[in-house]
Design a protein. Structure first.
Length: 181
């Protein structure tokens, strides 16, 4: 009977060794998966940023007097090598520089929502506080996209950023809003 117990111990030792090998393999794969996810997230954020930059560049192009909010999407689709493929096409979102007398309704809806959240806040707000209040999931991509919009709104006079990452309604806009034409 001694040899049966020896055989079982040998098999147990072999199984233990295999478990340890698989745990090491799993650890390596988990690390690789984490790195792949990071790379994928960076690429997604880069794609969104490039799309926003291109949209801004398109917004600076001359627009016809007939429809100043025209979105040059149809021609872009026709000439695209992906024409006919199922994909989401981003239109051009224009954020004009704020001028006295300019109303919030000249902004795209998402920017209006952001302005409303910032105006309703008791103090300065961060992008990650705004994202859930405008109905978006609180993922890093959505937060970065919203932060980009906030920076654009600061750049164009709709908001102020006295401290990095803290946004408030533009004092210039609220100070001059009573002098509207």
């Amino acid at each position: 009977m001694g040899s049966l117990f020896e055989e079982l111990e040998a098999r147990e030792a072999a199984a233990q060794e295999r478990v340890e090998e698989l745990e090491i393999e799993l650890s390596d794969l988990t690390e690789q998966l984490g790195l792949a996810r990071e790379g994928m997230e960076r690429l997604r954020i880069a794609r969104e940023t490039v799309a926003e930059v291109m949209a801004e560049m398109s917004a600076d192009a001359p627009v016809t007097a007939e429809d100043p909010a025209a979105e040059p999407v149809a021609d872009e689709e026709a000439s695209s090598p992906y024409a006919g493929a199922q994909r989401q096409v981003m239109g051009v979102l224009t954020v004009p520089k704020w001028q006295p007398g300019m109303r919030v309704d000249v902004l795209p809806r998402v920017y209006q929502d952001i302005l409303e959240v910032v105006a309703d806040a008791p103090g300065p707000v961060r992008a990650k506080q705004i994202v859930p209040r405008i109905g978006l999931a609180t993922t890093s991509g959505r937060i970065e996209g919203t932060r980009s919009k906030l920076k654009r709104m600061v750049e164009r006079g709709w908001l102020d950023e006295d401290e990095p990452g803290l946004f408030t309604p533009a004092r210039r806009r609220t100070d001059t809003s009573s002098n509207s034409e």
